[in-house]
Design a protein around this ligand. Structure first.
Ligand SMILES: [Zn+2]
Length: 416
């Protein structure tokens, strides 16, 4: 059952009914962002920390917060230039933006005084269902999408993200007249305005195919993505396959995904998020994808899945890894059991990401700190993980070169 929770996360739930009262149980903290200037309590372990501290971090996920940490440790992760490649737009909405959205929709009758879900808590399936249900009801107009987009991009920029690939499923909302096309246009307008404002972040967009929509909707989304690929001067770079991993079968999406690939769209596919999907995973790896989301059970589903690891290794397909997301949705039971360790030890390309920073009350700096604390990584190792992520972006080699120059310019001051 615990694996089912994941379905609601990378998924974009479309449930439309349900009492808003349930949201109140989740509270504004559900979407709260960390106070960026507040030292993050850590396990006390830090890079090179003790085994007991690591065990604490590993055995009871309490977020990268609790005890004292060396002064400046948090600053390092903030200052570290970062690449974010796996972030769902609606799951990334901060508490502050949620409040603005709700203030504009008094008809939703969402009372004040919502209580927080403390960081460090896991979420039940019901909670997750309600969260996305609420989010989609609150973001049902193109002006909402534009505001969300701008806020999310600003927050990533404030967290030190220099290159961001956001993804989202275009939605029709008959009640407001929003169409899949105007949804994407609102996203792209957000990118344009952030650029105009001079934000120090390069933003790209992937259109998401929701598995629950089936093949017909997938084809529609691919067509839309192809149109925007040609008309957006490199902002639209690819396609994401996400949604309830139990919905449909990968074979339903092979044809549209292949079509997208032929059209020049890059493919980021959520794969093996739940156990026992070897057949589907093998099929989709045949495309092959350009990046894999999570891949949680690639190496552990069964003995027979050894060839999946081989396939991924042969193609050097980068994995997008999201620790807090996996821990809070309980597809990974403790941070030290996270499959980062397996792939990192193989020297395989991985990219650390947030997945849904609003829903999981995290940010990319916290994810790096959690990674360092859990796996005892030095600042130099963390720097290399961040730098190597540049090789996994979907933008052109010209952009990669520019980002690498930016990293080189910052290296001495950040590592000092
Ligand atoms: Zn995801």
């Amino acid at each position: 059952m615990r694996y089912v929770i994941r379905q609601s996360l990378c998924k974009r739930l479309q449930v439309q009914e349900g009492p808003f009262a349930e949201l109140l149980l989740l509270g504004s903290g559900s979407f709260s962002q960390p106070a960026l200037d507040r030292p993050l309590a850590g396990t006390g372990a830090g890079p090179g920390g003790g085994a007991a501290a690591r065990a604490r971090a590993a055995s009871s996920w309490a977020g990268p917060a609790m005890a004292a940490e060396p002064p400046g440790a948090r600053g390092f992760y903030r200052q570290l230039p970062k690449v974010e490649l796996h972030a769902h737009l609606n799951g990334s909405i901060s508490s502050a933006t949620m409040k603005k959205l709700m203030a504009q929709k008094p008809d939703l009758q969402v009372p004040h005084g919502m209580t927080m879900i403390d960081k460090g808590k896991r979420r039940s399936l019901e909670e997750c269902f309600h969260m996305f249900q609420i989010i989609h009801q609150i973001t049902n107009r193109t002006e909402d999408i534009l505001m969300v987009m701008k806020d999310v991009v600003q927050e990533f920029a404030a967290d030190g993200v220099k290159y961001l690939e956001l993804r989202s499923t275009p939605r029709d909302e008959p009640t407001t007249g929003m169409t899949k096309r105007t949804y994407v246009e609102a996203v792209l307008e957000g990118v344009r305005q952030c650029k105009e404002d001079g934000l120090d972040i390069d933003v790209r967009f992937l259109l998401s195919v929701d598995r629950r929509g089936g093949q017909i909707a997938a084809k529609e989304t691919v067509k839309l993505a192809e149109d925007f690929l040609l008309s957006t001067d490199g902002v639209v770079v690819g396609l994401d396959l996400s949604g309830n991993p139990s919905a449909g079968h990968g074979k339903d999406f092979l044809e549209p995904l292949l079509e997208a690939k032929k059209a020049g769209l890059k493919l980021a596919l959520h794969l093996s998020e739940i156990p026992n999907q070897e057949e589907e995973t093998r099929l989709l790896l045949g495309l092959p994808p350009d990046r894999i989301g999570h891949g949680t059970f690639l190496h552990s589903s069964s003995l027979a899945s050894g060839d999946l690891v081989q396939l991924v290794r042969q193609n050097r397909t980068p994995l997008e890894l999201c620790l807090t997301s996996n821990l809070k949705s309980q597809t990974v039971l403790s941070s030290d059991q996270h499959h980062f360790g397996f792939w990192y030890n193989l020297g395989h390309p991985i990219v650390l990401c947030t997945d849904d920073k609003g829903v999981f009350a995290t940010d990319l700096s916290q994810e790096y700190q959690l990674l360092a604390d859990t796996f005892r990584l030095s600042k130099v190792q963390i720097w290399e993980i961040s730098y190597n992520a540049i090789n996994c972006i979907f933008a052109s080699s010209h952009t990669k070169t520019k980002l690498k120059e930016q990293w080189h310019q910052l290296k001495t001051s950040v590592l000092e």
